[in-house]
Design a protein around this ligand. Structure first.
Ligand code: PLP
Length: 305
């Protein structure tokens, strides 16, 4: 008689193991055809309704590690509109972790905006701290991080990089042709570092959402991944005034792009990156026949209508 083995699959494993691959979608714009450049979008925004984009990939190995080490509670940090806070709250709820979000700004409360409301409805406890207090992460950890698995701001650490790196192999398996360029938005650097860690021959194009210098972006990347055998380019001209800032031109671009392609973008990360990609195509940065893969890193929960 065959006895079925009694394998207990944890909620954490089940969450990731039941997931389908995100689609790789061709982006059809007349400009791309004119220049003979093939642009694809890796639709990680479709991975999960709430734990989407780079958050899905960044949390995968972190939450497995939290479970392996026996932690019941996740503690993390973020600003008022943080996609990371929303994702950790939703992931915690789905996988049975308690969650605490330490939020920058003691003038805020759980009803201040949609992101905080969402996190709070997922059961995340929100601790609002002043901007000065927020800078001292060590002190905050000693005050609030007891017996908890700590996730850094933006979720970027080595396990996050491992998770993001998996996107590269997945993309190569979905495409018949080798990739010439991967493109990603930059905030804390974990997503770019993840692509860099796994991309063997392709060049990684990093589009900063922050108004910072190239060498600062590079320093963030170098903190996560050795760069000596990698090829990359950093673009710092597409921040539209800095982190979280937007302009009429950017909003117009996003509306137009969405109408033509049906792919949604948001103002903080993916809209700025895609504006940059289109601008580079227009300026002849790419060669005829190049295959460009743009990572849709999600963030649509924070989209301002
Ligand atoms: C939607 C979205 N895209 C891109 C990024 C940038 O990723 P990273 O912080 O890993 O550079 C973030 C921030 O984490 C984000 O929320």
């Amino acid at each position: 008689m065959y006895i079925k083995p009694n394998v207990i699959v944890s909620r954490v494993d089940r969450f990731w193991e039941n997931a389908a691959q995100s689609p790789l979608q061709i982006v059809q714009l007349p400009l791309f055809t004119e220049h003979g450049v093939r642009v694809y979008m890796k639709r990680d925004d479709l991975l999960h309704p709430f734990v989407s984009g780079n958050k899905w990939r960044k949390l995968k190995y972190n939450l497995r590690e939290a479970e392996r080490l026996g932690f019941k509670r996740l503690v993390t940090f973020g600003g008022a509109y943080s996609n990371h806070i929303a994702a950790v709250a939703a992931a915690g709820q789905a996988m049975g972790f308690e969650t605490l979000g330490i939020i920058r700004g003691d003038e805020l409360h759980a009803d201040s905006n949609q992101t905080l409301q969402f996190a709070s409805h997922c059961g995340m406890h929100l601790q609002f701290v002043s901007r000065t207090a927020y800078r001292d992460k060590e002190l905050l950890i000693s005050q609030f991080g007891d017996n908890s698995y700590l996730l850094p701001e933006g979720g970027s650490n080595q396990l996050a990089i491992k998770g993001v790196g998996e996107a590269v192999e997945e993309i190569q398996s979905q495409l018949a042709a080798p990739v010439d360029y991967f493109c990603t938005a930059f905030g804390t650097g974990g997503t770019s570092a993840g692509l860099l860690s796994a991309a063997v021959s392709a060049k990684v194009l990093v589009f900063s959402s922050l108004n910072i210098k190239k060498r600062e972006v590079e320093a963030h990347l170098a903190a996560f991944v050795p760069l000596h055998d990698k090829t990359w380019d950093i673009f710092t001209d597409y921040h539209f005034g800095g982190y979280g800032k937007e302009t009429e031109e950017l909003n117009q671009f996003i509306d137009d792009f969405e109408q033509k392609t049906t792919i949604p973008l948001e103002q903080v990360y993916t809209g700025k990156m895609m504006f940059g990609v289109v601008d580079l195509v227009r300026k002849g940065f790419f060669n005829q026949g190049d295959v460009v893969v743009v990572l849709h890193s999600g963030g649509l929960q924070g989209k301002r209508k």
